[in-house]
Design a binder for this molecule. Structure first.
Ligand SMILES: [Zn+2]
Length: 298
């Protein structure tokens, strides 16, 4: 697991967020509720886990986990007793009220080994009204040694009652990389966004391009499925960047953007599915169909 200092050294918005968390911890001015948002692959969970470790550490060094105390050692063994992660149950598309109640009850208990109880909500946009309401009391008056880290790729879909109670931390995607995307990633994104034609044929072309992108990926220590997944996520990032550009352009011109919003939504969902290890080919086919429908001229 990466420590805050290591993440901070990478620079960019993720690095800046890690450095800010570290400084806040060192200065004993860390907030109790954060909303960390940014696109898929921006590093939300990674920085949340590093922050959780640093906040729990019994003997922190300049705001970072020491790596040696009982809390840190439990963490390296993967037994983070004071950390809970709240996410939709298998097959569900939202976080249920009972899950929230249970998580809040845990949060109210004294930490078992470390200095803080930490709750990471993976998908703050999946807290719908009932579940969100069950959460409000905890967010309004967090138990003394509790830290809540909300994560989302869709901050606009987080209920205002939740959002207004959290300190916001924005992570940029690899937007800069989008301009210099490898040709095969670029080709895949273009195939997916191409208007007209057979969506299955376009998805097939995108899949073939991404197979080649994965074959060209020379980074060490990654298995082939990982490289393939990375290529898919990069292509989807690029698709999202293009869709957002289109959305902004149309909004400026006062043209309808409902379809563009739907398209962005579908692309985010596709990235989520890839992250959850869905079959890449199927994800691309569904996305090509969805984009056709969302972007069809009316
Ligand atoms: Zn420690």
């Amino acid at each position: 697991m990466s420590a805050l200092a290591e993440i901070a050294s990478r620079g960019g918005s993720l690095g800046r967020a890690a450095a800010a968390f570290r400084a806040a911890l060192a200065g004993a001015r860390l907030g109790q509720t954060y909303l960390v948002f940014g696109p898929t692959g921006a590093g939300k969970m990674e920085v949340a886990r590093a922050l959780a470790a640093a906040a729990s550490c019994v003997d922190p060094r300049e705001g970072d986990a020491c790596g040696r105390c009982n809390a840190c050692l439990a963490g390296t063994r993967g037994a983070e007793a004071d950390l809970s992660v709240l996410a939709p149950a298998e097959g569900k598309r939202e976080i249920l009220i009972d899950q929230v109640r249970e998580a809040c009850a845990m949060l109210a208990l004294a930490p078992m080994v470390g200095r803080a109880r930490v709750l990471v909500v993976d998908g703050a946009d999946l807290l719908r009204e009932e579940a969100a309401n069950a959460f409000l009391k905890t967010l309004e008056e967090p138990p003394g040694r509790a830290l809540v880290i909300l994560l989302t790729a869709r901050p606009e879909a987080v209920l205002p009652t939740i959002r207004s109670r959290a300190l916001e931390v924005r992570l940029a995607g690899r937007g800069a990389a989008a301009e210099a995307a490898p040709p095969m990633i670029e080709a895949a994104a273009r195939a997916l966004l191409e208007p007209g034609g057979d969506p299955f044929e376009r998805a097939g072309r995108a899949a073939a391009a991404l197979e080649r992108a994965a074959a060209d990926d020379e980074r060490e220590g990654a298995t082939r499925p990982e490289k393939l997944r990375r290529a898919h996520l990069a292509a989807l990032d690029l698709v999202l960047a293009r869709l957002r550009e289109r959305f902004r352009g149309r909004a400026r011109e006062g043209r309808p953007v409902l379809g563009d919003e739907a398209a962005i939504d579908r692309a985010l969902l596709a990235a989520e599915r890839i992250e959850k290890n869905a079959t890449p080919k199927l994800v691309l086919e569904v996305l090509a169909l969805d984009l056709d429908e969302a972007l069809a001229p009316c």
